[in-house]
Design a protein around this ligand. Structure first.
Ligand SMILES: [Zn+2]
Length: 154
């Protein structure tokens, strides 16, 4: 339902490209929601909302809404069952990292297993089981773009 507020509740005039990205973003929510088997409202209500950063990150990544790849990831993990500034930009980069470094199959496995997850703690355990490393910022900083940027003299 977020998209209704996004589109109607805003005076921002969208360019065709922005509008297209917005639609892709929302379609990606539908897709990941279906993959995670949260098909009915009843299902959805009985589960935890989170991880918000993952859901928004998947949509941001698939919709091509990452505009700065070099921002430092330092807050997205705070957004498990709430929304905030770190959810979109950082979530998108975190998901991009997971896909590019570890492949689509693991991300799909993670999303598909979300139907059994009832808490943040369970999500962390599931994440570790699938990826083989802890869900911590330091495990997301090893991207080529970040390394190159750090190596470059100022
Ligand atoms: Zn969204």
């Amino acid at each position: 339902m977020f998209w209704i507020r996004t589109i109607i509740g805003s005076n921002h005039k969208y360019s065709d490209e922005e509008y297209f990205r917005l639609i892709k973003h929302e379609l990606a929510h539908v897709l990941s929601s279906n993959l995670s088997d949260a098909n009915s409202e009843l299902d959805r209500n009985s589960r935890s909302l989170g991880p918000c950063w993952l859901w928004e990150g998947v949509s941001v990544y698939l919709a091509g809404q990452i505009f700065d790849e070099n921002i430092k990831l330092h807050s997205f993990l705070e957004y498990y069952d709430k929304f905030g500034p770190g959810v979109y930009a950082e979530g998108g980069i975190a998901v991009k990292y997971l896909v590019e470094k570890h492949g689509k199959a693991k991300l799909l496995a993670l999303i598909k297993s979300m139907k059994d997850v009832k808490s943040e703690d369970e999500f962390k355990k599931l994440f570790k089981r699938i990826y083989g490393f802890e869900l911590e910022y330091r495990n997301f900083t090893n991207t080529d773009s970040v390394q190159q940027k750090e190596r470059k003299p100022k």
